[in-house]
Design a protein. Sequence first.
Length: 258
Amino acid sequence: MKVAVGNWFAREPVDELIWRLWEPFVDPFARCNIWFVHGRDHALLVDTGLGVASLHEAARDLFEQPTLALATHYHFDHTGSLHEFTERLAHKAGVSYLATPGAIGGALRRDAFSASTLEKYLAAGYEVPDDLLDAWPEADFDPDTYEVRSCAPTRVLDDGDIVDLGDRAFEVMHLPGHSPDSIGLFDAASGTLFSGDAVYDGPLLDGSPDSDVDAYVATMERLRALPVEVVHGGHEPSFGRERLVELCDAYIAGVRSR
């Protein structure tokens, strides 16, 4: 029997304006990075985790400022708490998934994934444990009833749009491949990229039904040319431009060798 824990989220400052939050009791396979950025007029929240516990309640002190909650893509490990926020941003290709009950899918147990889906995760190099949670967010939590709550975005994004916080602005980059709605946010002034699952320093997934390998190659070519200083991905630690080029080149070479 798993123990219920009171503090479901952990956090650490990245710099004077950015925080990273995460769910330490979630297996690394489904543990996403949640990024919070202070701005003059608005704050920006990039992804929201699984939604098994309230992110808004856990980090209420951060959300005193009007907060724009943005989904880098619709997958369950990134959008679980999106519904908790008044202002919700997502790419236009993800709207139907986010707004349709049950469309996002997701599971907290290995045996709840279809055999074909599980096979793709394992083939990509992931270890998927029997249970994705090492503890419960509350004593009566039932993982078999888990489902991401549907919620329509309040602002629909497209490539080239600007998310303006008042004193810094992020360009929306449509980065399909992992999913049709994957986006990144690039602050050219600082060279900061929030990349979602388009690229991170770990096994990249392109075998899901909503993936597109050709689009992913084009995304990698676009990212490779970007003058970034630091990449904050949807999973794993952050990295710089040199590592970004290595990851992009490795993916493109891997596709060409298939």
